[in-house]
Design a protein around this ligand. Structure first.
Ligand SMILES: Cc1cc2nc3c(=O)[nH]c(=O)nc-3n(C[C@H](O)[C@H](O)[C@H](O)COP(=O)(O)O)c2cc1C
Length: 201
């Protein structure tokens, strides 16, 4: 049975962008293929993220099920993620350039900005009816080796991308998580005027 989107959609105040309501991280993906046109839109959205000095430090490796890029990303995931991520039609690995291209100085915000690009990617995907699922559970050394990633790039996160599938197709341990409502910290726990003093209103 398909997922109840009302359970997964974020409960939040009116006036928040619709696509923020819609985005969530499934572990079950349908077989519906993701077209090249959709991938182009998703990565175009990623590329329009803001970045420090407009460095655009992100580089994304993208694989489709059946190709070697996909196999190399899947191979680098921890087992907990491999079990479900192999149902996704597309796997992505984000990497980030750790130095500024103009002068070779360290870019301490490279992963920050790659995260921003990844968030754009996720929201654009949700707007098109797809979903993404980020994965920090990656063997970074294996990923680096599988793709011969140069030393001045850091491995970021892996991402599964596709149309959400049947939660009951997942092994039992993932099913409950797939159907559970999503929760967030209240604003007072992360918006301050002084350290740990919640901002009013
Ligand atoms: C950078 C990043 C790393 C994550 N790593 C994993 C992971 O290794 N395995 C996993 O199952 N989920 C992973 N997640 C998914 C989070 O658990 C999920 O985003 C969070 O529970 C909030 O749920 P939501 O995305 O549906 O709002 C990751 C998410 C992000 C953004």
């Amino acid at each position: 049975m398909a997922i109840d989107e009302d359970v997964k959609s974020a409960q939040m105040e009116d006036g928040i962008l619709e696509v923020i309501h819609q985005r969530w991280s499934p572990r079950s993906f349908s077989d519906q293929p993701v077209t090249s046109a959709v991938l182009t839109k998703v990565f175009t959205a990623a590329g329009w993220a803001a970045s420090s000095y407009n460095e655009q430090p992100w580089r994304f490796l993208v694989g489709r099920r059946g190709d070697t890029t996909y196999e190399k990303i899947l191979d680098a995931l921890v087992e907990f993620n491999q079990v479900w991520a192999k149902t996704a039609p597309v796997l992505i690995l984000s990497t980030s350039k750790t130095v500024f291209s103009a002068n070779g100085y360290p870019n301490p915000l490279c992963l920050h900005d790659t995260g921003a690009a990844s968030a754009n990617m996720s929201l654009q995907a949700a707007a098109l009816g797809l979903q993404t699922h980020g994965m920090g559970g990656v063997d970074r050394e294996k990923a680096r080796k599988n793709f011969a990633i140069p030393e001045d790039f850091e491995v970021g996160a892996a991402w599964a991308l596709g149309y959400p599938g049947d939660p009951d197709a997942l092994p039992m341990i993932y099913r409950e998580m797939e159907k559970a409502p999503r929760t967030r910290k209240p604003l007072r726990e992360f918006v301050f005027t002084e350290w740990e003093r919640p901002a009013e209103g």
